[in-house]
Each structure stands twice: as structure tokens, then as C-alpha cells.
Design a protein around this ligand. Structure first.
Ligand code: SF4
Length: 688
């Protein structure tokens, strides 16, 4: 008998956007294990990954993977051929377009998929279906980061590198990021550098793991960040600690900022937020006098109805202290999903921008796309993801194609989202499992996982890295690229891409910031290329804004952030503030990690963290099941009694289908980025 061979693929992690590289081993269609990259790996995960990277790949081998297309018949699915499934999608979407117009259909793409697949998903929407409604999960995590940074510095992306800048800075302000749980290898770099003498300030409502290593941990109130950020800026200016040279040479509108922050004295900040005056002053003065500082944040800052203003306030603080355009400093949004920077942002599956953040109302840009695609993309801004669910509820959107997303768990107020999905005339879902969302579909298409295909991911530091297959997809499952191509061809188009390198060649032509990112170059630069990388002679851009900011006049803008607090405040009926986040052992809606035994052994179910004083008051003990109730719904989950936050603040992770936090959260949107207010919800807790 012939012995089967062990295969090795040099690839990139499919969980978080740190983008750790490793060798993935496979044999006989099963992933065997992971060996972290060990030679000058960037982003330097030398000999280390986190537990998800190392042990989180069993989902690829799951017997529950989708292996064949499925078509709904009544309440059941039946197995179908690819021909039947694609014909059904073509027929139904064509009928809906004929009866209701192009914009009766919406397309959702996913940051879990490669850059090439996300580029094709938005092309499928704009060229094939000619709808303006295309969006992706980045809307729900860092859309406020993108908008806030575009307004102040130009690009909606991390300005700096992980190793050379975050790993070597003199000082950190980390806020709204549980970095040790959500971006573990990046957190290790921070902890190592703090051990070597860097200052670390953690401002967060919860005493997260990183707080143990901090120079100062300051407890904040959920949703009250603009006040303390404006207070820091005011104190710095008031004490002449701002970087006058940088402000004069490289920025605009400083006077407007100065005026806006004037009311935020340390005493006023303490009154509004509970942040002690002395802690605010110590952090502000240390940050302002450090040679370099990194400002790191995640969804604790972004997922608010004033998320964009939060980001503006952080950007203003970085600008006022001159911490941009130089090594070891910068604005560092810790993007969540593995490919949210590239797939969710750069590739343009968003209703307000074409790939590469190009203006979809600009005729010259539309001409360029039309010349390549043979179809002019819609030139109006479409509906953002949460707005699409309103339009579905109202009957304006009647058909939907979802690639790799699970909105039945990830949308806010999921009972409302479920009702909206039930109103669709047709839903097609392309995924690797029969997710909670796929259960609602009319047609389900089986996709390949990241361990089974070629492509590229772009990590949180704008680094484009290769993804390679260690095994083949199960039975009839196919890479998203092939499925989208087959589907486009069903609609009469001629997509004949010879693999992802060929798609990247089209991206090179149409997306200037990816102009020089070819597969040939990526083969010879295993550490990847950081955009902007405009042509083949461009080595890429390790840190942004060395000479000028991304505006015509080259100057950054101070955009003052008006103070705003949470939409819902505790009251008699709902006296507790619920906030949300991740845990180390799980990822997003858990479609992958809930199918990995070693991760489920650690955290098998949803829980609510309650302060011991509050638990006493409620008559609740550790490990007891409780009911958590908000204005939208109620869930049953397990009490985890621990002292990580104020007694009035409770926490539930976002990863579980039973005890799903989004049964409770609200559909209030940030007016600029349309990100929902996930992070603050008023609830009550009842013993069962
Ligand atoms: Fe993967 Fe992120 Fe863990 Fe690295 S830190 S192994 S990229 S999940």
C-alpha cells in the first residue's frame, strides 16, 4: 500500500489580526498540528502562538463540516449538486432583481475570507448583481476606527508596526482592549517591553489581564471615554507639554481642539467619569513627556453610538503629543478578525467605498473600474449592514447572499435580526459549517476553510501575508473564489481567474495601495509587504506619515470630539451596565472555536461576570444559572462571581449561541460609521 505523505504549508493564522505565521501540517485530509514560524518571523511570533493558533485548528477536521450544497425543502435541507444549487441562486436573485430592481438584493462578505475573495465578493455585488448594498463584519467592529482615522490622519489603519514600534516604544496608553485575551501574541510583546522599562497605562472598565503589568490601571465607566481623553489633552496643553513644533508644522485646527477641551479640567473629568484627578494627571504627563508613545485600542472604544468620536479623541491625543510619523510611536487600532484590515476594509466590500478606499462617486475612478469590469459600479452609497436589516424588515431588501458571516449571532438585537431574515424571499449562505444563520437559508454552499486554500490576509499592521493549503477541502466544498466565479458565470459573466494570484493582478491594477503586492514578491518576502505599496519597486510602508499625512495638503486635522455618554443608562428597572468582549479560548460568534474540544474544555459556555458585592445583593452564587434581562430580550447564563469591575458593571462574552449576549444589545448606531452600541446595555439579573 502507498503511504500517504505529511504535507506542510507555510501560512498565516485564521483567528486574530496579529497575523502570526506558522507551518500547518496535514495528512489524509486532516490537519495534524501547528509549528510556529521560527526565523525572524514578523510579526515575531518566534516559537510562539497563542492557544487558538496552536490548538484551534481541529474545526477543519470536524465531521460537521459542510461537504455538499444544500437546498431547503420545507423545514429540511436536502443534498444538492453544485449545478442545482447555483441554478437556484441564479433564478431567485434574477427574479427578485426583475421584480424589484437591483437594490432589492444585499451581499455580505467576511473578514475570515482572503483578500482575493473579498475583492470578488464586492465585484459580484457591484458588477454581477449591480447592487449598492454590500457590506461586511468590519462594520460591527472597527468601522468607527476607520472613519475617525480617515478624518484626522487620512488612512483608516494602524500607523505603525507590531514588533519594531509596539514592541519597542517608551510608553503605552491601552484602552478598550483586553489585549491578553484578544490579541495574545501582541500582548506578549507589550509585556516584554514593559518588563524592559516602558510605561503602560491601562484605562478600562474591567481590570483586565494587562492591568497586572501596568504602571497604572485606571477604572473607567463604560461609554464615558471622551471626557477623560479630552481631559488629558487639556491638561497637556494647559501645562505646555504639547509638541508645539509638530502641531505647527504638521497639523491644522489646533485652536478648535483647544477650545473644545477647555471645560474638561481634571476635577470635571473625575465628576463625569470617576477617573481620579491624580491618575489622569500622572498618565497625561507621562505620555506627553515620553519620547514615544503607542495608543492602542479595540472594540471597547469603537462599539459605541459615539464610537467615531472616541477614536477622534484618541487621534487628537496622539497628534497633540507628536506621536505620529516616527518609529516606536503611533495610533494602533488592534483589529479583530484575521483579515479585517484587508478583506473587510482594503478590498472595499463596503457600501460607501470602492476597493482601496476609492471614492465611488468619482467619475474617473468609476471609469477605471468600468473599463476593467465592463460594467460601471453603482455610484450611490448603499445601506450599512445594520441598516440593511431595517430594510429587510421593511421589505425593501428581499434577497441576500452571505459569505462567511453569522449575523444571527453577530447583529445587535438578534431577535430583531432574525425577524428581518425571516422576511427575506431568498437567502443564500456560503460557509464552512451550517451556522445559526445558514439554518435560515434557502441554499447553503460548502466553502473551504483557510487551511484548504491559497490567498492572502492583511494583518492589523497593514502587512499582506500568504495563506496556503495544508489539506484539501472536504468532499464537494470549494474555495470561495471558485464558488463566486462559478456563480458570476451563471449570470453570464466570464470570470476565468487562474487562482488568487490572477485576482491579485487585477487588484494591483485597480487599487493603488496594493499596486506592487504581487504573488511573485510575496513568495520571496515571507514576512509580507505593508501597504501602501504602489509598484513593484516600492518596498512597502512600515510606518505611515513619515513626511506627510494622507491629505492633499499633507497636514493632519484635529477634529474635536464632543462629549457623549452611553445611550442607555441604568435605571430602577434595569440597574446594571452590561458590557461585552472576548475570552482567550474563543473567537467571535464561535463558529470555529465552539467546534474545537480543547478550547471548549476551557470555556464551554456563556457566562456573566458579577462583582461579589452585587452577587450578594442579588442572592446569586458562583456557577449558578441566572436570567439576564434587557429591554430587547433575556438569556439564561452562568454566574461567574469575580471582582474585575465596579459592582454596577457586568460582563458577558460574545461567542455563544446559548446565552447569546446580542439577545440583549441594542440597535443604536453611531451616526458617522453606523457601528452599533454593543458595549453598554442596561440590564437586570434575576436568580432562576
Ligand atoms: Fe493567531 Fe492571534 Fe493567536 Fe497569533 S495571537 S496565534 S494570530 S489568534
Amino acid at each position: 500500500a502507498r503511504l500517504s505523505r505529511v504535507t506542510k504549508a507555510e501560512t498565516t493564522c485564521n483567528y486574530c489580526a496579529v497575523g502570526c505565521r506558522f507551518d500547518l501540517y496535514g495528512k489524509d485530509g486532516e490537519v495534524l498540528g501547528v509549528r510556529p514560524a521560527d526565523e525572524d518571523a514578523t510579526p515575531a511570533n518566534n516559537f510562539s502562538t497563542c492557544v487558538k493558533g496552536k490548538f484551534g485548528y481541529d474545526f477543519v477536521n470536524s465531521p460537521n463540516r459542510l461537504k455538499t450544497p444544500l437546498i431547503r425543502e420545507g423545514d429540511e435541507f436536502r443534498e444538492a449538486t453544485w449545478g442545482e444549487a447555483l441554478d437556484r441562486i441564479h433564478e431567485e436573485l434574477s427574479r427578485i432583481r426583475e421584480e424589484n430592481g437591483d437594490d432589492a438584493i444585499a451581499v455580505t462578505s467576511s473578514s475570515k475570507c482572503t483578500n482575493e475573495e473579498n475583492y470578488l465578493a464586492q465585484k459580484f455585488a457591484r458588477q454581477v448583481l449591480h447592487t449598492k448594498h454590500v457590506d461586511n463584519c468590519a462594520r460591527l467592529c472597527h468601522s468607527s476606527t476607520v472613519v475617525g482615522l480617515q478624518q484626522t490622519v487620512g488612512y483608516g489603519a494602524m500607523t505603525n508596526r507590531i514588533n519594531e514600534d509596539i514592541g519597542k516604544t517608551d510608553c503605552y496608553l491601552i484602552t478598550g482592549s483586553n489585549t491578553t485575551e484578544s490579541h495574545p501574541v501582541l500582548a506578549t510583546r507589550i509585556k516584554q517591553n514593559v518588563r524592559d522599562g516602558a510605561d503602560l497605562f491601562v484605562f478600562d472598565p474591567r481590570e483586565i489581564g494587562l492591568a497586572e503589568h501596568a504602571t497604572q490601571y485606571t477604572r473607567t465607566k463604560p461609554g464615558e471615554d471622551i471626557a477623560w481623553l479630552n481631559g488629558m489633552i487639556r491638561h497637556i496643553i494647559d501645562n505646555d507639554l504639547h509638541d508645539r513644533g509638530f502641531i505647527e508644522e504638521r497639523t491644522k485646527h489646533f485652536d478648535q481642539l483647544k477650545e473644545k477641551v477647555e471645560p474638561f479640567t481634571p476635577a470635571k473629568v473625575e465628576e463625569l467619569t470617576g477617573v481620579p484627578e491624580d491618575e489622569l494627571i500622572h498618565a497625561a504627563e507621562t505620555i506627553a513627556t515620553a519620547d514615544t508613545c503607542i495608543f492602542g485600542w479595540a472594540m471597547g472604544m469603537t462599539q459605541h453610538a459615539h464610537g467615531t468620536r472616541n477614536v477622534l479623541a484618541v487621534a487628537n491625543l496622539a497628534l497633540v503629543t507628536g506621536n505620529l510619523g516616527k518609529p516606536r510611536a503611533g495610533l494602533s487600532p488592534f483589529r479583530g478578525q484575521n483579515n479585517v484590515q484587508g478583506g473587510g476594509g482594503d478590498m472595499g466590500p463596503a457600501p460607501h467605498t470602492l476597493p482601496g478606499y476609492q471614492d465611488l462617486t468619482d467619475d474617473a475612478i468609476l471609469d477605471k473600474f468600468e473599463e476593467s469590469w465592463g460594467v460601471r459600479p453603482p455610484n450611490e452609497i448603499g445601506l450599512r449592514l445594520p441598516e440593511q436589516y431595517d430594510a429587510m424588515e421593511e421589505g425593501h431588501i428581499k434577497g441576500m447572499f452571505i459569505m462567511g458571516e453569522n449575523p444571527v449571532l453577530s447583529e445587535p438585537d438578534i431577535r430583531g435580526a432574525e425577524k428581518a431574515i425571516e422576511k427575506l424571499e431568498f437567502l443564500a449562505v456560503q460557509d464552512i459549517f451550517l451556522t445559526e444563520t445558514a439554518e435560515f437559508a434557502d441554499v447553503v454552499l460548502p466553502a473551504a476553510s483557510a487551511a484548504e486554500k491559497h490567498g492572502t490576509f492583511t494583518n492589523t499592521e497593514r502587512r499582506i501575508q500568504r495563506v496556503r493549503p495544508a489539506v484539501s477541502p472536504p468532499r464537494k466544498a470549494k474555495p470561495d473564489l471558485e464558488i463566486l466565479s462559478d456563480l458570476a458565470n451563471r449570470f453570464g459573466f466570464e470570470w476565468d481567474y487562474d487562482g488568487p494570484a490572477d485576482v491579485m493582478a487585477e487588484i494591483n491594477d485597480l487599487v493603488p495601495i496594493y499596486g506592487g503586492v504581487t504573488y511573485d514578491r510575496l513568495e520571496s518576502t515571507p514576512e509580507g509587504l505593508q501597504w501602501p505599496c504602489e509598484d513593484e519597486s516600492d518596498p512597502g510602508t512600515p510606518y505611515l506619515y513619515k513626511k506627510e499625512f494622507n491629505f492633499e495638503d499633507g497636514k493632519a486635522r484635529f477634529v474635536p470630539a464632543d462629549y457623549a455618554g452611553p445611550v442607555e443608562l441604568p435605571d430602577e428597572e434595569f440597574p446594571l451596565m452590561l458590557t461585552s468582549g472576548r475570552v482567550l479560548y474563543h473567537w467571535h460568534t464561535g463558529t470555529m472555536t465552539r467546534r474545537v474540544n480543547v478550547l471548549m474544555d476551557h470555556v464551554p459556555e456563556s457566562f456573566v461576570t458579577i462583582h461579589p458585592e452585587m452577587a450578594d445583593e442579588l442572592g446569586v452564587t458562583d456557577d449558578e444559572y441566572v436570567r439576564v434581562v434587557s429591554r430587547r430580550g433575556d438569556i439564561v447564563t452562568k454566574a461567574n462571581v469575580e471582582e474585575t469591575s465596579d459592582p454596577g458593571v457586568v460582563f458577558i462574552p460574545m461567542h455563544f449561541a446559548h446565552g447569546a449576549i446580542n439577545e440583549l444589545t441594542q440597535h443604536e448606531l453611531d451616526p458617522t460609521s453606523f457601528i452599533p452600541e454593543y458595549k453598554v446595555t442596561s440590564v437586570r439579573i434575576q436568580p432562576l
